[in-house]
Design a protein around this ligand. Structure first.
Ligand code: HEC
Length: 124
């Protein structure tokens, strides 16, 4: 069997490709970690951040997504005041989920709507 002189080069080549592949996977992982750390540090929500139900902060989300229409202290502007609601939790849940008139549907991920309703019901 004659030794092919090209074989060592092919081996080194294959090793190099493998290394590049491995490093890019590692890089993707790190990128995720950095993105996660960023999300925690800034608290500024993308929709995804607000979707993490365990960290859902109804007041902070209201400040981002609701004050534009309901006024800075949610006491009413384009939309009605959310203080002293006479509607019950079920009705409020429906309105936030499905929208109503000028109120857009789907501003809050379904699993966080109850937390938002609870918050609204604390507003006197
Ligand atoms: C684009 C403007 C707009 C935004 C943004 C908005 N709303 Fe509204 N909202 C309205 C309007 C207008 C109404 C009145 C709807 C109607 O009764 O016809 C309303 C009604 C409501 C009601 C029912 C109040 C009542 O007593 O009838 C609730 C609860 C509510 N909004 C919650 C929210 C929450 C929570 C957010 C933020 C996630 C939000 N809204 C963001 C415009 C808006």
């Amino acid at each position: 069997m004659s030794k092919n002189p090209v074989v060592p080069y092919i081996l080194i080549f294959a090793l190099g490709i493998g290394l590049i592949f491995f490093m890019s996977l590692y890089g993707i992982d790190q990128k995720k970690e950095i993105a996660d750390a960023d999300g925690e540090a800034t608290e500024e929500g993308t929709k995804e951040d607000a979707g993490a139900s365990s960290e859902f902060d109804a007041e902070a989300v209201a400040q981002q997504k609701c004050i534009g229409c309901h006024g800075g202290d949610l006491e009413g502007a384009v939309g009605p005041s959310l203080h002293g609601e006479d509607k019950d939790a079920k009705e409020l849940h429906e309105i936030i989920k499905n929208g109503k008139g000028g109120m857009p549907a789907g501003l809050i991920p379904d699993e966080n709507i109850d937390a938002m309703v609870d918050y609204i019901l604390t507003l006197k």
